[in-house]
Design a protein around this ligand. Structure first.
Ligand code: NAD
Length: 266
């Protein structure tokens, strides 16, 4: 049976770790050629090696890029088109959660700006250059390659609920990702470009485990999780695969929650 991303090209930011890494492996297993983008080229390269080890027929390249810099994102998208001829899936996933005391009274402006530049502006650059590339995608219905493409933006459960552990700049950046995604989805729907956000719950990845850096902090968070456990990055990657593939052909502008029920919890 052909994979769900056969003949398609996917670019994933933050591909060196966590959700990005698991998505790169999963998308490759479904037939995609993958461009692994990360500010940390060593982890991206490790991820690429793992990908080709597990899927020897898969095609994958790495690009070092800081998503907050437009020129670097543009170059990453151009690499996808140059290497593989098109861009079908753009997963704007890279993000940071600064460990600093991030609340309204203490957050430093530089932490606010850093967080916004990576988590929000980085998604804007990713959407902008993906839209420009997807408009030029060659159509080949015999291979299931239609007009446009799919863009997925990683937000977070904190975009829709208040977190008692203060992370103000992070929360604000993720809320803005949801709003921006909805508007972009409406503007580009008739071009065949679907744009959705994905809202992961708390996961066992370095980003959150470094933040909840004591057992007490982890246990306090666990009490609120309906399933009584942190999620795995692969569980979010499976949601991203749904949004990336034609399985979600009538889905755009949505916030897809992969949060173990957390956002429905009282
Ligand atoms: P992670 O820390 O495991 O991976 C993030 C990757 O992004 C790293 O490889 C890092 O090098 C890369 N990165 C960081 N800054 C970058 C930049 N400026 N340019 C390019 N790459 C950069 O984190 P993760 O848990 O896989 O998080 C991925 C996304 O999911 C983030 O947007 C995060 O906010 C979001 N998220 C995570 C959780 C969680 O609990 N882990 C929950 C909700 C949302």
């Amino acid at each position: 049976m052909p994979g769900r991303l056969e003949h398609r090209v996917a670019l994933i930011t933050g591909a060196g770790s966590g959700i990005g890494l698991e998505s790169a492996l999963l998308f490759a297993s479904e037939g995609a050629s993958v461009v692994l983008v990360d500010v940390n080229i060593d982890t991206a390269e490790k991820a690429r090696k793992l990908l080709v080890e597990k899927h020897p027929n898969a095609k994958a390249v790495t690009v070092k890029a800081d998503v907050s810099k437009e020129e670097e994102v543009k170059l990453a998208v151009e690499t996808a088109v140059k290497e593989f001829g098109r861009l079908d899936v753009m997963f704007n996933n890279a993000g940071i959660m600064h460990p600093a005391d991030d609340n309204a009274l203490n957050t430093e402006e530089r932490i606010w700006d850093l967080t916004m530049n990576i988590n929000l502006k980085g998604v804007w650059w990713g959407c902008k250059h993906a839209i420009l590339a997807m408009r030029n995608n060659p159509i080949d219905e015999s291979k299931g390659l239609h007009k446009g493409g799919s863009i997925i933006n990683t937000a977070s459960f904190v975009a829709i609920m208040g977190a008692a552990t203060p992370q103000l700049a992070y929360t604000a950046s993720k809320g803005a990702v949801l709003a921006m995604t909805r508007e972009l989805a409406m503007v580009h729907a008739r071009e065949g470009i679907r744009i959705n956000s994905i809202c992961p719950g708390p996961l066992k990845t370095p980003l959150l485990m470094d933040f909840l850096n004591t057992d007490e902090k982890k246990n306090r968070r666990l009490v609120h999780l309906p399933m009584g456990r942190f999620g795995e990055a692969i569980e979010v990657a499976r949601g991203a695969l749904f949004l990336a593939s034609d399985d979600s052909s009538y889905v755009t502008g949505t916030d897809f929650k992969v949060d173990g029920g957390l956002s429905s919890c009282y």
